[in-house]
Design a protein around this ligand. Structure first.
Ligand SMILES: C[C@H](O)[C@H](C)C(=O)SCCNC(=O)CCNC(=O)[C@H](O)C(C)(C)COP(=O)([O-])OP(=O)([O-])OC[C@H]1O[C@@H](n2cnc3c(N)ncnc32)[C@H](O)[C@@H]1OP(=O)([O-])[O-]
Length: 719
């Protein structure tokens, strides 16, 4: 919808109306066409202003329409009509001008932006490219290199940067519409020739070919198989080499190719999945819209190791006062320096003063007595954590929320150490805690809806995407990681190498293959957990039962490497070798290849050639199968929760949507058939036995992913 008013006698104002972001739905597009006709036909009207309702100009095309038969006027001719208008059209940009919203503004003759506005062409993050002239007009307006950078990254720029780049003509702190109307009055009747961007030549940097080659190399390196960034470079290249009309044909062709691609569907699914996880619910009936969080002004962090320091920085940067406690004096001194350095670096990057005064340090746990929320981040040892929860429960003021950063220990067992288990939830951060966007908020059996709501709110306050999950070993992320890692180990036993497995997974799009990731996070992390649950008794590492645990196949490969202090990057040796401890560049290690050969010989295993498809199928389908078990157990409310966790926390490629979305894309019947096949070959690996929820979904005709929750809800299978 669009509203039309006339102000100051001669200015026609068109207001886009489609809350919450005035997306260019069919109705809005029709409204713009009708109102433009009106403004251009009214003789009293000498100039036009386009603005958006509710302090937002426009969030672009309506993404919700993408999956439907799109109706209404097309956007390209609509924008061309504005640009070719005989009367000046001014865009009054408040809040946001993104995607098709900025393209609409680029069709106007002038752009006035409020100082707080954000502008950009983020289509690439939806697996698309600016498909309404953005790839042809923006380079003509701000130069090819600047346009290439904005379009291939999709980043939002501030109004100040937009002015400096030449995207907008003026920035104001005042009422943007008033300023735009004043401006429109001032340009009425003036020539618009220079302000019809598409008619202007596209300025060529002297080394234009080199600019495009460099850009293409950069996006290919970063893209890891994503199609859209590459197509963005190709489209802007058309602006440099073709007249506008032909450039637009090229843009349309490239856009069409992306629009129908699986990657675009995956990225659009992921866009809405990130928003869906905010609408959390628990099997106990607690929900995002009925559970009121309690305000948290002062927080505390117990234990200032790597994670504790990152969490302290994240809280302080978000404006919370933090009491940071470390009982070990030496560690406390180092932590003070570490936290200050991180706060200063972060402040420099964001151009704000460092929040050093937000943190007070103490070596006494009593210092947290009057905070509103405590996050325990000590060593991953249950007995140590239990003792701390007993202390906290005794000394904190009534109502203080007690949270733990454990990456997989039992929340209920910790809650049982306190007088108020309803105040206990898990807040599982990912390293580095002040950088990684993901937060798993883990509710226990007794966690109150208010405790969950408060932890979720803290998560979004500190800029995290928080996902509410149930309590089980490893929660969602690490629980799913186990069968994925297990298959990778088994593939090594059967003849693969870490290089082969990692190559396949990185070609699929993972930022890092499973073995390089294991070396980065440290093999000893998982080893300590396996030791704690009795899987790694020294006598169990050799002999006839070395590869069996609780009657199932087990691979002690990781344990054997840890016995040799091959913890990965931190010791300079792991699945790969590194120049030195802490080295980052992984190189194949002949020692490890010899070790694998000896290991196979020792256990009577014969190496065989393993093809890429088998690596992919076994690693990914085992992971996905565990995802279905998690949905069946109600540990995650929906597939979106698992997908967001895996993309943000475990490097699953965003352009593949997430493991559960990928399963839907591949076809649930195919996933089921492959799991049945591999379980037949490996009957001693229960993680390959297809989950009954997967069978149920296939039996119900493999419904689309947005229908899975309905099937999950039906407790008793018809099968
Ligand atoms: C031809 C043309 O070239 C092409 C093809 C295109 O133009 S493609 C489209 C290009 N545009 C974009 O990529 C911008 C996408 N949006 C955003 O980046 C953000 O939304 C935001 C604008 C910066 C606001 O962030 P927010 O944090 O304040 O709120 P929110 O929770 O995110 O959003 C609030 C609510 O608005 C919904 N929403 C936001 N943008 C939308 C859009 N473009 N279409 C439909 N719904 C949208 C969102 O799902 C949520 O709904 P619900 O969950 O409440 O039901």
């Amino acid at each position: 919808m669009a509203l039309y008013t006339r102000v100051s006698g001669s200015v026609g104002v068109i207001t886009l109306q489609n809350p919450p972001v005035n997306a260019l739905s069919a109705a809005v597009r029709q409204g713009i066409v009708d109102m433009m006709d009106r403004a251009l036909s009214e003789p009293e009207v000498k100039s036009v202003v386009i603005c958006g309702q509710n302090g937002k100009f426009c969030g672009g095309a309506d993404i919700k329409e993408f999956g439907t038969n799109m109706s209404g006027p097309a956007l390209i001719p609509l924008i061309d009509r504005i640009e070719s208008a005989a009367k000046p059209v001014v865009a009054a940009i408040e809040g946001i001008a993104l995607g098709g919203g900025l393209e609409l503004a680029l069709g106007c003759h002038y752009r006035i932006a409020h100082s707080k506005a954000k502008l950009g062409l983020p289509e690439v993050s939806l697996g698309l490219l600016p498909g309404a002239g953005g790839t042809q007009r923006l380079p003509r307006l701000i130069s090819i290199p600047a346009a290439l950078e904005l379009i291939t990254t999709g980043r939002h720029v501030t109004a100040a940067e937009a002015l400096q780049l030449g995207i907008v003509d003026k920035v104001t702190d005042r009422n943007t519409l008033d300023e735009a109307v004043k401006f429109a009055l001032s340009v009425a009747g003036k020539s618009l020739d220079l302000h019809r961007i598409s008619t202007n030549p596209c300025p060529h940097p002297p080394d234009v070919d080199a600019v495009f080659e460099t850009a293409m190399q950069r996006v290919r390196q970063r893209a890891r198989g994503a199609l859209a960034p590459v197509a963005c470079v190709q489209a802007v290249r058309a602006a440099a080499t073709l007249p506008y009309a032909h450039g637009m044909e090229r843009e349309r062709e490239l856009f069409k190719g992306l629009f129908t691609s699986g990657q675009a569907r995956a990225l659009q699914y992921y866009f809405f999945a990130q928003r869906a996880v905010g609408r959390w619910s628990t099997p106990g009936g607690a929900r995002w819209d009925t559970s009121k969080p309690r305000p948290v002004r002062r927080a505390a962090v117990i234990g200032l190791g790597t994670m504790g320091r990152g969490i302290t920085v994240a809280l302080a940067q978000a404006g919370l006062s933090v009491v940071a406690v470390e009982t070990n004096e030496k560690q406390l001194t180092e932590a003070k320096q570490g936290v200050s350095d991180m706060l200063e670096r972060g402040a420099r990057r964001r151009g704000v003063p460092p929040a050093l005064d937000k943190v007070i340090y103490s070596h006494k746990i009593q210092a947290v007595a009057d905070v509103d929320l405590v996050i325990e981040a000590v060593f991953e040892d249950m007995e140590l954590k239990k003792a701390i929860f007993q202390q906290l429960s005794a000394l904190c003021k009534p109502g203080t929320f007690l949270c733990t950063n454990t990456s997989g220990l039992d929340i209920d067992e910790l809650a049982a150490q306190t007088q108020n288990p309803e105040l206990v939830v898990g807040m599982h951060f990912f390293a580095p805690a002040h950088v990684m966007k993901l937060l798993e908020v883990v509710y226990g059996q007794k966690s109150s809806p208010q405790a969950v709501a408060t932890a979720m709110q803290i998560g979004s306050k500190i800029g995290k995407v928080s996902v509410a999950v149930g309590n089980c070993r490893g929660f969602v992320g690490n629980r799913i990681l186990k069968p994925y890692l297990e298959q990778a180990f088994f593939l090594l036993e059967e003849g693969a190498t870490p290089e082969l497995v990692d190559k396949v997974l990185e070609e699929f799009g993972f930022a890092m293959g499973v073995f390089r990731m294991s070396d980065l996070s440290g093999l000893d992390v998982g080893w300590r957990v396996r030791k704690a649950i009795g899987l790694v008794a020294p006598e169990a590492l050799t002999g006839p039962y070395a590869r069996v645990r609780e009657g199932h196949r087990y691979s002690p490969l990781g344990d054997l490497l840890c016995e040799q202090v091959r913890f990965g990057q931190k010791t300079g040796r792991g699945w790969y070798q590194y120049d030195k401890p802490g080295g980052r560049v992984a190189k194949p290690d002949p020692w490890l290849h010899r070790f694998l050969e000896e290991y196979r010989a020792q256990h009577g295993l014969v190496a065989r050639r393993i093809d890429h498809q088998e690596v992919l199928d076994r690693c990914l389908y085992a992971l996905i199968n565990e995802g279905f078990r998690i949905l069946e157990d109600g540990i995650a409310a929906g597939p979106e929760d698992i997908d967001v966790i895996y993309v943000l926390g475990y490097g699953w490629p965003q352009h593949r949507g997430g493991p559960m979305f990928y399963a839907g894309m591949v076809g649930l019947n195919k996933v089921l058939e492959r799991l049945e096949h591999y379980h037949q070959v490996h009957p001693d690996v229960p993680n390959l036995q297809p989950c009954s929820l997967l069978r149920k979904l296939v039996a119900s005709g493999s419904p689309p992913i947005n229908k899975w929750r309905e099937v999950i809800k039906k407790p008793h299978s018809q099968l």
